[in-house]
Design a protein around this ligand. Structure first.
Ligand code: TEU
Ligand code: CA
Length: 577
């Protein structure tokens, strides 16, 4: 789709010497400050860290990570500079989708611990200024949830309408052609009542009927339950899928088949229906009724900036909708990053950008962006990109160590059901969910047990927290450094952001400037395997001196803006005056 060019918003003269002999001048438009730091809620400056609890730290030797394990590692997170952890579901669940199939929304699964463990985690985290964000799986429950058991028990059960039940089109024929995201029909026949129920995801994950006010009330109560226990907000799962077309129009079929052998389909009638926004406004009212600015983060695989912008509402819906477009660039293209960063920076809702590169559903960034030769350096480059823009950054556990995707080798070892169905084209998501690499002892320090739910990758011998904390040049210490700069350098903390526009596919450069203090920082990312020598004229930003202080790397401490040399996949963060 067409994306608006943003060159008119650029403020500087910029040229690149040696590598790209191009020189452009841009008119300076009036500037609107995007930050008002004195009123900023905490989440605007937070570094959010996603924890997949099964894989972070096992405290009791059963081979599965747990809440007490997380609590025992808060010191590490604090040392890294993390402000908030989002923990993926730890509620009672048959674990078909490893917790995203919830049997009881207001309890803790015994394999993860107890409610007292959760309370202790929140209070211990608070001592270290770390907030706890809870996963809110609104679209569907487990088929083992008491609500669904009642609902399926008879056609006239009071909870029948809590889920989406329909008659088949004919004998053996589902109500329409809707497909599950995880393969096969989105409808499953339940023989006792001879009707089909709808599930966007697995058969064991029936969709709640959000058109039913009782469902809405019950799910709003779930939010209040966790806010009352000290949650600092929610990451809302699969939120664009809350509603389906009540008239059950067939979805358009696209050419080709997916990894599960199903026809490709446009989820036109089951995704992004406008009704979603009515519910988002209610969610927002609930969090806004609590002190401390609890935050809503949405998982929303929005296809473009206009859909993403809608998630903010008029500052009455989601504060931090995840930007999947940036996560999905999947190559070191300065041009693509520049365009997407500009788009979200400039979103017409005035919302705070929020993005990430890795999570529990995506192959890790190490593999997606690494070139196989410079991966450590590229890990640092991606850290800089994540942590030096205006966006609230979201990290995934182990990203700060350079953890990589380690897929199962044999089909019989696959745990994620989509990996069994899609093997070998889609090996599922086990590869990005392997145990955290703490040290090089048994099981990388993840568990004292002998039966881990997923094996520890071989890379743990070299890439582990203990070794990296000690090594000043490690990926860990690079993250730690940039996080601390983000917190302490006014331009990086509060500054506006201007992409320096030039037609270089491979060098991304931007200026952050704090209008209050005039503190100004230049960030340069060389996304190529070649050295680059670059020249910057930043006079349009009020920069008078042609040399600046190099914040990263630490030496040489002074750099000349007439000749900044950046090594392959190198970064420069320069404070200019
Ligand atoms: O994922 C929702 C979802 O639709 C993802 O497939 C997403 O669109 C995709 O990863 C984008 O690349 C959430 C959870 O994150 C996932 O782990 C669950 O399996 C799923 O919901 C069902 O609860
Ligand atoms: Ca355990």
């Amino acid at each position: 789709m067409f994306r608006a060019a943003r060159s008119t918003l650029l403020l500087l003269t910029f040229s690149v010497v040696l590598s790209i002999p191009e020189y452009r001048v841009h008119a300076a438009p009036p500037e609107t400050p995007k930050t008002q730091s004195s009123y900023d809620p905490w989440w605007k400056h937070a570094v959010v860290y996603e924890i997949y609890p099964r894989s972070f730290q096992d405290s009791n030797g059963d081979g599965i990570g747990d809440l007490n394990g997380i609590t025992s590692r808060l010191g590490y997170l604090h040392d890294l500079g993390i402000d908030a952890i989002w923990i993926t579901p730890f509620f009672p669940s048959p674990q078909v989708d490893f917790g995203y199939d919830i049997a009881d929304y207001t309890a803790v699964d015994p394999q993860f611990g107890t409610m007292a463990d959760f309370d202790r985690l929140v209070s211990e985290a608070k001592k270290r200024n770390i907030r706890v964000i809870v996963d809110y799986v609104a679209n569907h429950t487990s088929d083992q949830n008491a609500w669904f058991k009642e609902s399926r028990s008879s056609r006239d059960n009071p909870k029948r309408d809590w889920y989406v039940w329909r008659d088949g089109k004919g004998p053996g024929e589902p109500p329409n052609n809707w497909y599950s995201w995880f393969g096969r029909s989105a409808w499953t026949l339940d023989s006792p009542t001879n009707q089909y129920y709808y599930h966007y995801f697995y058969v064991q994950q029936p969709d709640l009927n959000w058109r039913n006010p009782e469902v809405q009330r019950a799910m709003y109560d779930v939010m209040r339950f966790w806010l009352n226990r000290g949650a600092a907000g929610f990451r809302i799962d699969a939120v664009s899928r809350l509603f389906e077309d009540p008239n059950l129009h067939d979805d358009p079929i696209l050419p080709g088949r997916n990894a599960y052998g199903d026809p490709n389909i446009e989820h036109k009638y089951t995704d992004n229906l406008p009704e979603v926004h009515d519910i988002l406004k209610e969610f927002r009212k609930i969090v806004d009724s609590y002190p401390g600015n609890p935050v809503l983060i949405s998982e929303a695989d929005q296809p473009n900036i206009s859909e993403l912008t809608k998630m903010y509402g008029k500052n009455d819906e989601i504060q931090l909708p995840m930007d999947f477009q940036i996560a999905d660039v999947n190559k070191l293209s300065a041009r693509d990053f520049r365009r997407l960063l500009n788009e979200v920076d400039d979103n017409s809702a005035g919302g705070q950008p929020h993005y990430f590169f890795s999570n529990h559903d995506q192959r890790r960034q190490w593999d997606r962006y690494g070139d196989g030769v410079h991966n450590d350096q590229i890990a640092k480059l991606m850290a800089t990109l994540l942590l030096t823009t205006r966006a609230t950054p979201q990290m995934y556990y182990g990203e700060e160590l350079g953890m990589r995707t380690t897929d199962p080798v044999r089909k019989e070892d696959v745990k994620d059901p989509v990996g069994k169905l899609g093997w070998p084209v889609d090996k599922g998501r086990d590869g990005e969910r392997t145990p955290m690499q703490w040290d090089k002892s048994k099981n990388a320090g993840f568990s004292s047990g002998n039966n881990l739910w997923l094996p520890v990758p071989p890379s743990a011998a070299q890439y582990n927290a203990k070794a990296e904390v000690r090594d000043p040049n490690s990926i860990f210490n690079f993250y730690k450094k940039i996080i601390s700069l983000r917190r302490t350098v006014p331009a990086l903390r509060n500054g506006d952001q201007t992409m320096l526009d030039f037609d270089d596919q491979n060098v991304l450069a931007y200026v952050r400037k704090d209008t209050k203090t005039d503190d100004t920082v230049l960030v340069v990312l060389n996304m190529t395997a070649q050295n680059k020598s670059l020249k910057f004229d930043l006079s349009k930003f009020g920069v008078k001196e042609n040399s600046g202080n190099s914040l990263v790397p630490a030496s040489p401490s002074k750099v000349s803006l007439d000749n900044i040399s950046v090594e392959p996949f190198g970064v420069k963060i320069v404070q200019v005056h």
